[in-house]
Design a protein around this ligand. Sequence first.
Ligand SMILES: Nc1ncnc2c1ncn2[C@@H]1O[C@H](COP(=O)(O)OP(=O)(O)O)[C@@H](O)[C@H]1O
Ligand SMILES: [Mg+2]
Length: 349
Amino acid sequence: MASSAVGVDIGTRTITVAEVATSRGSTVVTNFGGAMLPMDAVQGGEIMDPLEVVSALKDLLDDAKIKAKKVWLGVANQRVVVRQVDLPWMEESELRGSLRYQVQEHIPIPVEEAELDVHIVDEFTSDEGDRMQRLMLVAGHRDMINAHVSAATEAGLKPIGVDLNPFAILRAMGDDSMLDQGRQVLVDVGAGVTNIVVHQQGVPTFVRMLVNGGDDITRALSSGLSMSPEDAEAFKRSAAVGNTDDAGARIVTEQADAFIDEVRGSLDYYQHHQGGAGGPQLGGVVLSGGGASLVGLRERLEAALRLPVELGDPFARYPAKNTVYGAEDLQRVGPSLVTAIGLALGGLE
Ligand SMILES: Nc1ncnc2c1ncn2[C@@H]1O[C@H](COP(=O)(O)OP(=O)(O)O)[C@@H](O)[C@H]1O
Ligand SMILES: [Mg+2]
């Protein structure tokens, strides 16, 4: 088991890095940082302009003084899919060895072009009396994953693993202390991708990567008010969801509501497609990602979902060590570091 690890989250607008370390049973964040990416270098979580990504990542590693080379990367975009699949039970080693030959019908990517990963979610007996297992199958286009790996490599890093961002978010923020009220939902709002995870005691039971995020609002403001993207971004950061006083405020509120509808639709789908009348009970939501900072979003989501929604604070669980940031700053930046911290935590396992 490694005693420290680094996660690198190449997002749509921001690259974030986090380094975690364990000693004597406690885990702390020893280093973190973030750098903005130029517009369109990454779209919907996919690298479009590798040179821009490499240069931003190099600068970030210098600024954050990250010395370690071995890093964990994450992906979340439309070229990776997660499917729930039921297969006859078998030993895990046999399952992993034969996965390629068993799953083509379940994924929209030719297996020859896919990287596969699997999480065992449950074991059950079929109506016919056969021992079965329920799996969360992840399949990503190999060239998309390679683009992430080579960007990190070009920046001087040695990627040792690629994880799905939703799993990283679950690792960083998953908490079962409210299980008696229902399952916990994690919603991480990025610029171009929003990751949704429902879990039960740390085991993911639902994963959805929406290609919606904070930048939808910025874009709508920019076109609706004929503003530059920079001005639209600044406008958004001073706006509040729920306000309808002027044209700009109405755009923000409309866009946020459309976004909330997407999240609610995903959770409705999940509840209706998971066994039993009414589906699993949901207990509460933890909101993270840079988009979670939009003023009023948390309250609006809470009202729409009729569930308690809290802002994720990864530093409450994994304190920041040797940082120049004060408590208030850590609370402000914490939500946008959840993915990078979760990726790093995966490296400790
Ligand atoms: N204070 C804020 N108010 C509203 N939106 C914000 C704020 N800070 C960041 N955002 C939004 O968060 C998004 C970036 O979140 P982040 O998690 O860094 O995304 P990604 O990892 O996809 O690049 C952008 O859409 C940005 O506009
Ligand atoms: Mg991010």
